[in-house]
Design a protein around this ligand. Structure first.
Ligand code: IVH
Length: 673
């Protein structure tokens, strides 16, 4: 039986691989979704019946169940280089001249011009035809391993055709490319997030970059990432040009962008760059330029690399995309520290994958310098960064009778009189109880770089402040006492309240440096918070430190030290800190206690009903101590934590000789007694 099963499993894997290739790489499906699902179902049930026949490159193994606790460092044997940027024809001609100067005088140079995909670069390592490791670029020398996440990408082949591999002597080799997400998927996901009040992704690249670093491969699989490969590293495969390598990549079953061109000289290359810039707006994915590469691999070797970029390739960056729209109104936003920032409220306009209705105007000087007025037609631009900006006013379209905007003298939110320090361009609302400041402080506290409370974004904070549930960020930890009220809120529901409360609990594990940053002391950014935490080791020491002592910390200047002193001399702040201490937040730096290493890297399975804590709480404790929790017992399981009425998992653990713990023993292990 098992022989027949094995043969059929092999057949199914091959069939599904072929269909995945047709669907995800060629975009030419040849069977119906239904028939495809039937193949998958058949494979799944055969594998369930014969667990020892499950091979890691089976399509059923694309989505792992285990959370990735940490992304392990991977050293790139050949560094992942970046490209020098050019912005004009002249710079491209200079590049061509440098290339020819670096080669023997009589040599012709051909170029391949490709699209520069705006995504996240990745390196894939194959051994014996199987994908073994996927890694991010990192700093170019050391990246992070993201294999379980990359395996979920259907256009990444898990296995390659043996015949082609041996024909090209490809035993172990690497390919590199760009992971990206289609603009349409980006828009859909943002729409869903908006409805749920979650933070939006700024652009498809940020979404791809965020997704590839998620800990749960199932979540990654739910976001349809894709990939284009553009680089094959293997000196012995017999190819002589980059264009041949692209063809070979295609032949191997990789997805290669078809919009590339082999150009006989730089003029042709420039022409094709222009062509790509023209087609840019009609693509379903984002590109931010073109890449020009010397075609001959021999010439590439002669040219070599300089610093972190090859001499044989260069990026030609397209101009930032601009749009013209009407500036309806200048709105003054009050930030968490009371600073007023002018923001342009725009007639919504579509630009680079998203609709823009706001742009920052920075400060009053900027408004004056650009002579921006309400009612103006303005040119906006989305640069490399997230927030669009107003580049200039179209003066010829200025409506008659328009006037320079007035700078407010009272806070638009709380009405208190504003303060403008002599030496600064900024204006401040000094009312600590201004609702805008309250909201801003709480939002900052909960944000990803600070306490990282998932689900507590702008709209929920707004709502909770309005309802009077939150007045200071210390109130966040009292929300659990209002669970019933929260569940009653129409938008929320039981499940999301539970998730929210869970992420609030989890935030208590954030290290001291993040807690310090979360407090929102003016001028204390994430970096300064880290330096202060490292130096003083505890909030008490920092609170008792003089300005001079604070300034003695490397790279901490007088504005920070004054601001820190001011913050801690305010009784309201010290009271909040006391309350946060009682809730168990980390107010000192500590290394992970030695004893916890008993749990580090160990795999746990939980079974039965636990009495002292829920399964989630137990999992959280294990993960916090550096362990892993999986669902099924196998030889690789280190411990089974068994509660009341444990069933088959307990039996299996006994059979395999896996150590079984009751709750007391589990706690002892955690505490390292
Ligand atoms: S070639 C030595 N080709 O742009 C080869 N890169 O700064 C270096 N990129 O890190 C890369 N599309 O993430 C190459 N067709 C393409 C590309 C491309 C996008 C990215 C890649 C690289 C960055 C260059």
């Amino acid at each position: 039986m098992s022989n027949i099963a094995q043969k059929r499993i092999e057949e199914l894997i091959e069939l599904i691989r072929e269909h995945d290739y047709k669907y995800y790489v060629l975009a030419e499906p040849s069977i119906s979704d239904y028939d495809y699902d039937m193949l998958i179902k058949e494979l799944q049930s055969l594998e369930e019946e014969n667990p020892d026949l499950v091979s890691p490159d089976s399509p059923t193994q694309r989505v792992g169940k285990d959370l990735t606790r940490e992304f392990k460092p991977v050293t790139h044997i050949v560094p992942m280089l970046s490209l020098a940027n050019t912005y004009s024809e002249k710079e491209l001609l200079d590049f061509d001249r440098r290339v020819r100067e670096g080669l023997p005088r009589t040599e012709e140079v051909e170029y391949v011009v490709e699209m520069k995909i705006d995504g996240v670069s990745v390196s894939l390592r194959y051994e014996k035809g199987m994908l073994v490791t996927a890694a991010t670029r990192g700093d170019g020398t050391i990246g992070e391993e993201i294999t379980p996440n990359v395996k979920t990408i259907k256009s990444v082949p898990l296995r390659l055709k043996k015949e082609i591999l041996s024909e090209h002597k490809l035993e172990g080799f690497e390919v590199r490319g760009e992971i990206y997400i289609e603009i349409e998927h980006f828009r859909e996901l943002n729409k869903e997030r908006e409805l749920k009040g979650e933070k939006l992704f700024a652009n498809p690249r940020n979404l791809a970059a965020g997704t590839i670093k998620l800990q749960d491969p199932r979540l990654v699989a739910s976001r349809p990432l894709s990939i284009f490969l553009y680089y094959l590293l293997n000196p012995q495969n017999g190819t002589e040009t980059h264009a041949d390598n692209l063809k070979l990549l295609q032949k191997l079953g990789f997805k290669v962008n078809k919009e590339y061109k082999l150009c006989r000289n730089i003029d042709e290359a420039i022409e094709f760059c222009r062509h790509l810039e023209e087609v840019r707006n009609s693509l379903t994915y984002e590109i931010d330029g073109a890449v020009i590469k010397v075609n001959s691999l021999r010439q590439q070797r002669i040219l070599g690399t300089i610093a972190k970029s090859p001499r044989w390739a260069v990026a030609f960056k397209f101009k930032a995309r601009q749009a013209v729209t009407k500036l309806n109104k200048i709105v003054w936003q009050v930030g968490r520290t009371g600073t007023l920032t002018p923001v342009a409220d725009l007639e919504p306009v579509f630009l680079s994958g998203s609709t823009i209705s706001r742009a920052t105007l920075h400060n009053t000087d900027e408004i004056k310098r650009k002579d921006i007025r309400e009612g103006d037609s303005v040119i906006i631009e989305k640069g490399g960064d997230v927030i669009p900006k107003v580049v200039a006013v179209v003066l010829s379209e200025r409506p008659s009778g328009s006037m320079e905007p007035e700078v407010p003298s009272v806070c638009p939110v709380c009405g208190s009189v504003l303060f403008k320090p002599e030496a600064e361009v900024a204006i401040y609302c000094e009312n600590h109880q201004c609702p805008a400041q309250i909201k801003g402080r709480i939002e900052h506290f909960a944000s990803r770089g600070a306490m990282d409370i998932e689900g507590l974004g702008e709209s929920l904070v707004d709502l909770f402040v309005q309802l009077g549930f939150l007045n200071t960020y210390a109130d966040i930890y009292k929300l659990r006492q209002r669970k019933d009220e929260l569940v009653g809120i129409e938008r929320l529901g039981e499940k999301s309240v539970e998730n929210l409360l869970k992420s609030i609990e989890k935030s208590k594990q954030q290290p001291f440096s993040k807690v310090l940053f979360a407090l929102g002391v003016r001028y204390v950014g994430a970096g300064a918070a880290r330096k202060l935490a490292e130096h003083f080791m505890s909030i008490d020491k920092l609170m008792n430190a003089s300005e001079e002592e604070i300034e003695s910390v490397y790279e901490i200047g007088p504005s920070i030290s004054k601001s820190v002193r001011k913050f801690f001399s305010d009784e309201k702040n010290t009271q909040i800190i006391e309350s946060l201490k009682e809730e168990g937040l980390n107010f000192q730096t500590e290394g992970r206690p030695q004893a916890l290493s008993k749990v580090e890297n160990k795999t746990f399975v939980l079974t039965g009903t636990l009495s002292r804590f829920t399964r989630e709480e137990a999992s959280d404790k294990i993960i916090a101590a550096g362990g892993k929790v999986t669902s099924g017992v196998s030889k690789k399981t280190d411990f089974v934590l068994a509660g009341e009425n444990a069933g088959s998992k307990l039996t299996k653990a006994e059979q395999l000789g896996v150590r079984i713990l009751n709750e007391d023993e589990f706690l002892e292990l955690l505490e390292g007694e």
